[in-house]
Design a protein around this ligand. Structure first.
Ligand SMILES: [Zn+2]
Ligand SMILES: [Zn+2]
Length: 123
């Protein structure tokens, strides 16, 4: 049990330290620096538990696939840098859902990705 807890904490710490959503693969590499017993299978299993517990949120990027981020952030959007393939958090919501929703439709949720080059890559 102790070992599972520390695996879970390693994943949460890795997400917190990165400050941006990451794929399970990148997360495995990062979390393994603190808990060497982690592999892709244990990371997936722990991510499922963390999602179930409401600690982690899964978002689906159209090109990069599933990404994971901490669930304690308010609703926000994301920026994908096409050069370094990193995905960044954009705080807040610049979308007026009432205007964006077609007449007669009802929007439950939305995800917005901006694409371009990040400040590091542009510099
Ligand atoms: Zn970049
Ligand atoms: Zn939004």
């Amino acid at each position: 049990m102790q070992r599972k807890t520390s695996q879970r904490n390693a994943i949460l710490d890795a997400l917190r330290g990165a400050g941006r959503p990451m794929s399970a693969e990148d997360l495995t590499g990062l979390a393994r620096t603190s808990v060497a017993s982690l592999n892709r299978a244990t990371v997936y299993r722990n991510l499922r538990l963390l999602i179930g517990a409401g600690r982690v949120r899964r978002l689906t990027h159209p090109e990069l696939g599933p990404l994971y981020e901490l669930a304690d952030l308010d609703h926000h959007h994301h920026f994908h840098c096409r050069l370094c393939d990193r995905v960044f958090e954009i705080p807040g919501c610049a979308l007026d859902v009432r205007i964006a929703t077609p007449p007669g439709f009802r929007t439950d949720d939305h995800e917005v990705f901006l694409y371009g080059n990040c400040a590091d890559c542009r510099g």
